[in-house]
Design a protein around this ligand. Structure first.
Ligand code: NDP
Ligand code: 8X3
Length: 263
């Protein structure tokens, strides 16, 4: 029987790339997000390209009732959910704590923390019944080190890190793996969303860095999910070569060139 993966926030970036690699490897793929036209397009593309079953479900992870209805409906369509990737998330704005927009704060807290909890609350009992499964939470380097003007976004990702550790303990008796993947800078729609559609400002974040690609994180998620049953990667921080942590990165041009031969 084909395995089934559920990915939140599959209309763009990491989520979309994760959907693609699992579809390519014959998984039944459940894709979710708020943008229906993107979901329809991706469903068609993956079904045509990989001849797999793709189920798309439009909901907002911030809405507890929508989440419950969507997962209840999904349970009528699939027998099991083998893997859940809690990926849906965002940063909204960048400012000091005294100038922050409280609507932005609420959107980040509601999506990155409460949304992840709502989805997990619906899926974990099913995995418990199955006596197995794998939850992969997408954290961030911002879950490990805070940076200037990142305050609330970083706090939401610290929460993802804490919840990942807590879930692993709580779900240990049921054979459920829990993994956090913490990416550094990757050029997706993330910064366009953070800077509210300012594409030039978003682009400037990654200039000269050679940032991570969505496919890099998808490859890593696939690796984590396909290890032998007794092996669980707990926590994984991954950056591009020019980034050391949340606030320290260099431009590729500033890397030291190899010493001349013979030196
Ligand atoms: P994108 O903006 O490209 O993708 C974000 C995805 O989340 C979209 O599919 C979006 O779908 C979905 N989403 C956002 N809000 C909601 C919501 N309320 N309900 C349902 N779905 C939602 O960004 P990334 O791919 O980069 O981000 C994915 C995750 O990775 C996030 O958790 C982010 O914090 C994290 N991350 C990103 C990094 C980066 O540098 N890019 C680095 C580290 C972590 P839709 O709009 O259709 O609802
Ligand atoms: C996204 C990476 O550095 O913009 O989590 O916070 S960063």
């Amino acid at each position: 029987m084909n395995k089934t993966i559920l990915i939140t926030g599959a209309t763009s970036g990491f989520g979309k790339a994760i959907a693609e690699i699992f579809a390519k490897n014959a998984y039944t793929v459940c894709i979710t997000g708020r943008r229906k036209e993107r979901l329809d397009e991706l469903q068609k593309e993956l079904e045509t390209k990989y001849k797999v079953k793709v189920i798309s479900s439009q909901f907002d992870v911030r809405d507890k009732e929508q989440v419950k209805t969507a997962i209840d409906d999904l349970k009528t369509k699939v027998e099991r959910i083998d893997i859940l990737v809690n990926n849906a998330g965002l940063a909204a704005g960048m400012s000091t704590i005294d100038e922050g927009d409280t609507d932005d704060w609420e959107q980040m807290i509601d999506t990155n923390i409460k949304g992840l909890l709502y989805v997990t609350r619906q899926v974990a009992p099913l995995m418990r019944k199955q006596a197995g499964g794998h939850i992969i939470n997408i954290g961030s380097t911002a879950a490990k080190t805070v940076y200037r003007n990142g305050n609330v976004y970083c706090a939401t990702k610290f929460a993802v890190d804490a919840l990942t550790q807590a879930m692993r303990i709580d779900l240990l008796p049921f054979g459920i793996k829990v993994t956090a993947i913490h990416p550094g800078m990757a050029e997706t729609e993330f910064s366009i969303v953070r800077f509210k559609g300012d594409e030039a400002r978003a682009k400037s974040v990654y200039e000269g860095l050679n940032p991570l690609r969505p496919e890099d994180i998808a490859d890593i998620a696939y690796y984590c999910a396909t290890l032998p049953p007794h092996v669980c990667i707990n926590d994984l921080v991954v950056t591009c070569l020019t980034q050391a942590n949340s606030f320290y990165s260099i431009k590729e041009a500033d890397r030291v060139a190899p010493a001349p031969k013979g030196d």
